[in-house]
Design a protein around this ligand. Structure first.
Ligand code: PEP
Length: 248
């Protein structure tokens, strides 16, 4: 893929006032030379993002999407609804949703399908827990998670973004070393190459305590096309410094 992609995941943080300051500061720091940049906000703030960022260099996304198209699913938000608010990306299968909301590989795959059908790019998260890594199961776990999405989405697979997020590195301050991350990215890339004629379209992001200090070395790896950034996306200076590291 050409150019890197940096995506902020605000998780359940923010307020109307704080978002306004953050978004304005981020937009002010972006230039034509910046790589592709997006923030995934809590859904209630998507209209605010649309209002603040429409026409700017900053794109926005959701942190989840329903696996259902419409109907009696209280509390759910469909991909079509999200699209009405200019949403370009939807994170699916974040480890916090797999862990706290029981999302299975099959549900994640269907969510990706719903997003694609509405013209939203799903950012499909895969990653192993510490126990799985220590047991030597990293490869098996991430391949299984990605295989479910490939299986359900067939020829549309070249339209997704994949984020490798080792669960043990999320919000913990522990980062995968550039070599550890590259190793997993290379095998995900190989899996995608076998699944589509256009693997070059798919951005492979790393996520897990990426910050101003480690971004450049992670982003310089051959198969790391960008980052999914949690904590550091809540501070404009940190987020912009990661964007700068991805922009040359
Ligand atoms: C995330 O939640 O996707 C993430 C990578 O979080 P953090 O950067 O805080 O580890």
């Amino acid at each position: 893929m050409s150019g890197k992609l940096i995506v902020g995941n605000w998780k359940m943080n923010g307020s109307l006032a704080a978002n306004q300051d953050l978004v304005r500061a981020v937009m002010a720091g972006l230039s034509d030379k910046s790589c592709k940049v997006a923030v995934c906000a809590p859904a209630v703030y998507l209209p605010q993002l649309q209002q603040l960022a429409a026409g700017s260099h900053l794109l926005w996304g959701a942190q989840d999407v329903s696996a259902h198209e419409q109907g009696a699913y209280t509390g759910e938000l469909s991909a079509t609804m999200l699209r009405e608010f200019g949403v370009r990306y939807a994170i699916v299968g974040h480890s916090e949703r797999r862990q706290y909301h029981g999302e299975t590989d099959a549900v994640v795959a269907t969510k990706a399908q719903r997003a694609l059908a509405a013209g939203i790019t799903p950012i499909v998260c895969v990653g192993e827990t510490l126990a799985e890594r220590e047991a030597g199961h990293t490869e098996e776990v991430v391949k299984r998670q990605l295989a479910a999405v490939i299986h359900t989405n067939g020829h549309c697979i070249s339209e997704i973004v994949v984020a490798y997020e080792p669960v043990w590195a999320i919000g913990t301050g522990k980062t995968a070393s550039p070599e550890q991350a590259q190793q997993v990215h290379a095998l995900l890339r190989a899996q995608l190459k076998a699944a589509t004629a256009h693997p070059e379209r798919i951005a492979l992001l790393y996520g897990g305590s990426m910050n101003t200090a480690n971004a450049a070395s992670l982003l310089s790896q051959n198969d790391i096309d960008g980052g999914l950034i949690g904590g550091a996306s809540l501070k404009s200076a940190d987020f912009l410094s990661i964007v700068a590291a991805a922009s040359h």
